[in-house]
Design a binder for this molecule. Sequence first.
Ligand SMILES: Cc1cc2nc3c(=O)[nH]c(=O)nc-3n(C[C@H](O)[C@H](O)[C@H](O)COP(=O)(O)OP(=O)(O)OC[C@H]3O[C@@H](n4cnc5c(N)ncnc54)[C@H](O)[C@@H]3O)c2cc1C
Length: 460
Amino acid sequence: MSEYDVDLFVIGGGSGGVRAARVAAQHGARVMLAEQYRVGGTCVIRGCVPKKLLVYASRFRAEFEDAAGFGWTVPQASFDWPTLIANKDKEIARLEAAYTATLQRAGVTIVKSRAVIADAHTVQLADGRRVRAGYILIATGGAPSYGDPIPGIEHAVSSNEAFHLPHLPPQVVIQGGGYIAVEFAGIFAGLGAQVTLVYRGENILRGFDDEVRHHLRMDMEKHGVRVLTGCRIAAIEPKDSRYSVQLSSGNHLTAECVMFATGRAPNIANMGLHEVGVEIAADGGIAVDEYSRTSVANVYAIGDVTNRVNLTPVAIREGAAFSDTVFGGKPAAVDHTNVPTAVFSDPEVGAVGLTEAEARARLARTDVYKAMFKPLKATLSGRDTTVLLKLVVDGSTDRVVGCHIVGEAAAEMIQIAAIAVKMGATKADFDATMALHPTAAEELVTMRQKSASYVREAAE
Ligand SMILES: Cc1cc2nc3c(=O)[nH]c(=O)nc-3n(C[C@H](O)[C@H](O)[C@H](O)COP(=O)(O)OP(=O)(O)OC[C@H]3O[C@@H](n4cnc5c(N)ncnc54)[C@H](O)[C@@H]3O)c2cc1C
């Protein structure tokens, strides 16, 4: 008989944990998974999926407006927030049940409980039960972090609560410049709220290509979102049934809802990690090697809790790779380069590979190709918007090392472009591909003129 109750104990039933548990069970391991809230984790319950549903809802406004140019008369449209939230919740409950059933079918035992590590081979549940495990996988994800405390911070909501507001607030102030902040700005504005985005940096979407950042900001402002950069919220004070929001610039705003989207922190607190010797990296995530192994030999960590690339498909891939490595006899390391990413803002952003600035810092020669144009649909709708497509090319090898898109369906486009970038396609390969007309994406294969070319100065 085994000295362990289970071969694998997974802490956290989110994107990474669920996949790891299922694949390990399919490899024949006896698996137990603990989830303290709802199976499915951030992505399914209060992340990607509900957010995208809200994004869809917010886009109908523009569709109704645009229809007039195409000959439609659309009666005055009205929107009901409780209906949207109820329908969204129903779909999330369906998905949660589906995830649970998949795990159970694979033979995984699910315990609805918080779990912490008692020692390298023991997990402790909230009711005091202890489970001995051959391996422990930490897949506890991350949680919203509010940054430095300010007076009145208790009145602010995070993305967690934003999915469950009782009604659509007429005015929303959002602090943050990352993808969650700009996505919620688009959601609330599209649904009819007055939105102000407050960000302490010089421009939104830090880490994305500078032209993308500039382009998105310009289009967001055209669509009615007020973007205030170089300042932050200094205090929040209840006033009548709203809040007076004091900014570091000295100005005041009034809003019914104040949302903080100021980043997420790995869920590592009070988990017993320090006591058992699991090292934490300088960025606050659990330190792991390429196989997701921590500093304790039989303890692994995957997904957002490791703070590598905090996206669902990455957590899923890391979960599967862990189980293939440990239980499938197929060591698998996840390649974190050229991960495509999207921002479901208004307009949408899609990106893969190096930004222009990164390429110029790393490559001997960088060529940039760019197309900026009014989309065909906007010619009749009259909507004031432009699409940006940009290719960053290694001038020495002709390889396309970055692709950046702002505009309708940018996320769908970038998923496909990412295959070419990952395969190492050259600009000549893009050029040799026949255009598909009339699309916005055809510009990716018809950009013949360089918009810029840079040679890196030799290091001293
Ligand atoms: C608003 C928002 C929008 C997002 N949009 C996108 C998107 O469009 N695309 C994308 O790819 N990614 C998106 N993400 C990121 C994505 O949700 C995460 O990268 C992904 O969920 C990480 O998966 P994970 O398994 O590491 O952690 P999680 O999905 O966070 O799962 C961790 C689970 O562990 C549980 N847990 C924590 N501690 C314990 C404990 N001690 N015991 C038991 N259970 C515990 C938690 O309750 C949670 O269910 C979004 C995130 C947010 C917040």
